[in-house]
Design a binder for this molecule. Structure first.
Ligand SMILES: Cc1ncc(COP(=O)(O)O)c(C=O)c1O
Length: 364
C-alpha cells in the first residue's frame, strides 16, 4: 500500500507501513447470497442471547458495568476459571491490540507464524515493534522455527490455535514445548478464537498454561461459536499481573451493555453451543470430502472454515469470481501469502450445498 504524505501531525513511523486489515466481502445486496467469507455462525446466536440483547433496549441510557462482573462470573463458572483473571474486550481483537500496546515498544520484536492471523502484524507494528515471521510446515505452525527466532529483543509470541486462515492447530504437547522454550520474560499469546470447534482430544485452548505460568495469556471470542460477531465481545484469561495491566489501559466501558447481557445468556446456553458444534462437525467434514472429490487440495481443518488449494493463483481468482457471480462469497487469502487458495466458512446446509454445486460447475 502506498504511504500517505502527511504535512500535519505524524503518527509513529511504523503505522504507515501497516496494510489495513481487509474483512471478508459481504457480496451484492441483491439476490440470494451466501456469505462464507468471515467464519461467522451459520446458525446465528442462541435465542436466549438474542432475547437478552433485545431486553437491553430499555437500558440504553445507562453505562455498562465497566468491570463486566456478571459476564466474567458466567465465563468463570462455565469454564471452571478464576473470574478475577478474566478481562473482557470489544472483540478479542481489542484484547490482542491491548496486549501488544502494553508489552511492545519500538526496538522490540514479536514473533508470529507465517500464515498466522493478520491482526498480529498490525498490532505489532502499531506499537513500533518489529514483526518476525516464523516459517510453517504444510500450513502448520512450527514450534522449532518459532523458537529459533527468539532473540534478546523478543517480547511476545502470537499463536492462533487453531489458526485462521489455515484451520490447523498445535497439540497441547506442542504448545507446551513452545512455552518451555521461551524465556520467562516473553509473553505467549494463545489466540483460541476457534477453540470450541476443535473435537480432537489432544488439544487444549491454553487455560492450564495460563494458570501455571506468569507469561501466557489465552484470548477467546463470542464471535464464532456463539454467533455474536456484531456485538464485538471477547475475553482474555490472564496471569493476575497481566489482568491488572490490561485493566489499567482498557477503556473504562470497553464492552457495551447489550453485549454484556447477551454474552451471559450465550455462555449459559450449552444446548445451543452443542447444536453449533454438531452443525460444524457435520458440514466441515462433508465440505472437505466434496472438495477433495473435485480434485482440489484442502488443508485439514479443526475450525469452522477450510482452506481450498487451486492449481495456481489465476485459477483461485477465477473460482472466486465464478462463485461470487452465483452469490457465493468466499475469502481470498492473497494477503496471507496464499494466492492459490480460497478460504470458505462452513455455512448453512443450503449455503454449503450451493458452494459445492457452484464449485463443481467451475471445475468442469
Ligand atoms: C484467529 C482469530 N483471532 C481473533 C479473531 C477476532 O475475533 P473477534 O471478533 O473476537 O475480534 C479472529 C476473527 O476472525 C480470528 O480469526
Amino acid at each position: 500500500m502506498s504511504k500517505t504524505i502527511i504535512n500535519g501531525p505524524q503518527p509513529r513511523p511504523s503505522i504507515l507501513d501497516i496494510d489495513p486489515y481487509v474483512p471478508g466481502k459481504s457480496g451484492p445486496k441483491t439476490g440470494k447470497t451466501f456469505k462464507l467469507s468471515s467464519n461467522e455462525s451459520p446458525i446465528g446466536a442462541s435465542p436466549k442471547a438474542v432475547d437478552a440483547f433485545a431486553a437491553a433496549v430499555s437500558d440504553l441510557a445507562l453505562y455498562p458495568d465497566g468491570g463486566a462482573s456478571a459476564l466474567r462470573d458466567a465465563i468463570a463458572k462455565r469454564h471452571g476459571l478464576k473470574a478475577e483473571r478474566i478481562v473482557c474486550g470489544a472483540g478479542s481483537d481489542e484484547l490482542l491490540q491491548l496486549l501488544a500496546h502494553a508489552y511492545l515498544a519500538p526496538g522490540d520484536e514479536a514473533i508470529y507464524s507465517q500464515f498466522g492471523f493478520l491482526v498480529y502484524p498490525i498490532a505489532i507494528a502499531s506499537n513500533g515493534a518489529t514483526a518476525v515471521v516464523a516459517p510453517e510446515q504444510n500450513h502448520v505452525a512450527d514450534v522449532g522455527a518459532i523458537l529459533a527466532l527468539v532473540s534478546a529483543k523478543t517480547k511476545m509470541v502470537f499463536l492462533a490455535n487453531p489458526n485462521n486462515p489455515t484451520g490447523t492447530y498445535l497439540t497441547a504437547e506442542q504448545v507446551k514445548r513452545l512455552h518451555q522454550g521461551l524465556p520467562q520474560h516473553v509473553l505467549l499469546v494463545l489466540d483460541a478464537a476457534y477453540a470450541e470447534f476443535v473435537m480432537t482430544n489432544d488439544y487444549e485452548a491454553g487455560t492450564a498454561l495460563v494458570e501455571a505460568h506468569d507469561n501466557v495469556v489465552m484470548t477467546r471470542t463470542f464471535s464464532k461459536i456463539h454467533g455474536l460477531a456484531a456485538l464485538r465481545l471477547g475475553w482474555a484469561y490472564c496471569p493476575p499481573a497481566i489482568a491488572d495491566v490490561l485493566n489499567r489501559i482498557r477503556g473504562p466501558f470497553n464492552v457495551n451493555l447489550p453485549a454484556l447481557r447477551a454474552g451471559v445468556a450465550a455462555i449459559e446456553d450449552q444446548g445451543f453451543m452443542a447444536t453449533a458444534q454438531a452443525h460444524n462437525s457435520k458440514w466441515l467434514s462433508w465440505l472437505a470430502d466434496e472438495i477433495k472429490k473435485l480434485g482440489l487440495g484442502v488443508t485439514p481443518s479443526v475450525g469452522n472454515f477450510l482452506l481450498v488449494h487451486f492449481a495456481d493463483a489465476e485459477k483461485a481468482q477465477a473460482a472466486d469470481a465464478f462463485l461470487a457471480a452465483r452469490g457465493i462469497i468466499v475469502r481470498r487469502v492473497d494477503a496471507y501469502g496464499l494466492p492459490k487458495a480460497l478460504r470458505v466458512s462452513v455455512g448453512t446446509e443450503e449455503g454449503n450445498k450451493a458452494f459445492i454445486a457452484a464449485l463443481t460447475e467451475f471445475m468442469k
